[in-house]
Design a protein around this ligand. Structure first.
Ligand code: PHE
Ligand code: NA
Length: 515
């Protein structure tokens, strides 16, 4: 094994890169939509609780495992995990921390490539003359290969490849020469763009309301997101959604944090750095993320419309039309700010997903960084093209379930058990506090040992048996139907198809009340 001499160039660079890793499309597209779909203010309390008892502990665990691994020259999770226990199988569990990244990066880069395309279309004024329906149609055509005469969504493919090339090129420049530079440029720009749009969102009020629209008021949108409602505390649906969002937004359960932390020096602080990166992400999410998409669209389209239509695609299907209402100059600026912000948020995250694979090849097989980076780009192309061609056939959702949901939680559960129970709480606590620039309250000892793993176990089991439409509310009330996406749903379906003819009576009695 080769002892890597690479380190982060500066503390500012480290924090920006780690914050860039966490701050992503999740903060600006996923969070507002999740919040709206889960009752707005009702979402906030479970979200904060999950952040405190699951998010922060996982950040500390991952930063610590990473720094510890780096001490031994490991920058990817398989050998890091092998260092914490004598049992051989941990190494193989650690493999998740490489491959999940590749699967998630494949579809994540696809969305990232949309943002790039939309920056160009904003500059080129594509959306200015279009009606709201036409802007939405533009997106549908963009992702649908059937809609093009050649049968290839060529624009989507071109931008996807462009996006992969960009990622590969930056990754081939390494840590301080590539990732850190992009974070140092991208993160401040993202904050400036975000602040500009948030001010627009916060001051829109009723100024954009079309005649006769009573609930077209930006403040209503803000209020909806912020007014806490304690009734949600008993709703399992909201809790699951909040936990899922915390996972995704903090980038935990993937191996990216371990990898970045492995490039720390062995006496560098993790306790405070991990917290800072977590809080930056939280700020960008609940302050900036909540002040743009929802308030602006509520200002024009009304709260009812937004609650009914909130979706990930809204950022592409609706926003360009609304920006165009601000006139040519402001509209263009806003379009570039919004899609530029999404692009920087995206690329600083997808770069993080590339590093575990690249470091693994460098550490264990002595690959050159450039070759390792290109291999990553090539694999993404192969793994990712199905999501480009079959976006509307649900390939995307399939990747998101297996890689973006199930495997994250499984990995996080495994690493928590390994670090806190196998490696041992005493050593774990010492490791987290080694070099610490803050004093972590002792209360976090029992949280790390019991609360975090229990919560993770509950979430893991729940994602295995996920009910249809992820509707936990109905499931809780006894109206239980498994989602076809879930593992159980898949098994049931296959079993159903295979056995329908012969064992239908057996099958029916077995699954009574479920199907
Ligand atoms: N945290 C990123 C976001 O909010 C997504 C991500 C997940 C990035 C896992 C890296 C690893 O969009
Ligand atoms: Na995030």
């Amino acid at each position: 094994m080769k002892q890597s001499s690479e380190n982060w160039g500066s503390r500012v660079g480290l924090i920006l890169a780690m914050a860039g890793n966490a701050v992503g499309l999740g903060n600006f597209l996923r969070f507002p939509v999740q919040a709206v779909q889960n009752g707005g203010g009702t979402f906030i309390i479970p979200y904060l609780v999950c952040f405190l008892v699951m998010g922060i502990p996982l950040l500390w665990i991952e930063w610590s495992i990473g720094r510890l691994g780096g001490r031994f020259g490991h920058h990817a999770t398989p050998f890091m995990m092998a260092r914490l226990s004598k049992a051989k199988y941990w190494k193989y569990i650690g493999v998740f921390g490489i491959f999940t990244n590749i699967a998630v990066a494949a579809y994540y880069c696809y969305i990232e490539s949309w943002t790039l395309a939309y920056v160009f279309h904003s500059i080129g004024q594509t959306f200015a003359p279009l009606s709201q329906t036409e802007v939405a149609l533009f997106f549908d055509r963009y992702v649908d290969y059937a809609a093009t005469t050649t049968g290839i969504p060529y624009e989507a493919v071109v931008f996807y490849i462009l996006c992969l090339l960009l990622n590969t090129w930056i990754l081939s420049k390494g840590l301080s020469g590539g990732i850190e530079k992009v974070a140092k440029i991208g993160m401040p720009l993202l904050l400036i763009f975000g602040a500009f749009l948030a001010i627009k969102g916060l001051t829109l009020g009723t100024s954009a309301a079309p005649a006769g629209c009573a609930d077209c008021n930006g403040y209503l949108g803000l209020n909806f997101l912020w007014e806490p409602q304690f009734s949600s505390l008993l709703d399992p649906q909201v809790w699951m959604a909040a936990a899922g969002q915390i996972f995704f937004t903090l980038s935990v359960g993937m191996g990216t944090i371990h990898c970045y932390a492995a490039f720390l020096r062995s006496n560098d602080d993790v306790a405070l750095n991990a917290l800072s990166a977590g809080w930056v992400n939280g700020f960008v999410e609940i302050v900036l993320g909540a002040s743009i998409l929802i308030p602006i669209s509520v200002g024009y389209l009304g709260l009812d419309w937004v609650v009914e239509n909130a979706s990930f695609a809204m950022g592409f299907k609706t926003m360009p039309f609304l920006f165009a209402q601000w006139g040519p100059l402001m509209g263009t600026l806003a379009g570039v700010a919004w899609f530029g912000l999404l692009f920087f948020a995206g690329i600083t995250s997808s770069l993080a997903m590339g590093t575990p694979w690249i470091s693994f090849l460098q550490d264990e097989f002595q690959w050159k960084r450039v070759n390792a980076a290109w291999s990553f780009g090539l694999i993404l192309l192969i793994v990712g093209l199905p999501t480009v061609f079959f976006y509307q056939q649900g390939v995307f959702a399939e990747y998101d379930y297996w890689a973006g949901t199930l495997s994250l939680v499984l990995f996080a559960l495994a690493e928590t058990i390994l670090f806190v129970w196998v490696f041992g709480m005493h050593k774990a606590w010492k490791e987290i506090n080694h070099g610490a620039e803050i004093r972590i309250p002792n209360l976090y000892k029992p949280i790390l040992k019991f609360v975090t793993p229990t919560l993770l176990l509950v979430i893991f089991v729940s994602s295995l048996i996920m009910p249809v439409n992820n509707d936990w509310r109905a499931a809780w009330q006894g109206d239980w139907v498994f989602d076809n996406e879930s593992v159980i749903g898949k098994l049931k379906n296959q079993q159903f198809v295979a056995n329908r003819e012969y064992f239908s009576s057996v099958f029916e009695s077995e699954t009574e009340g479920q199907v």
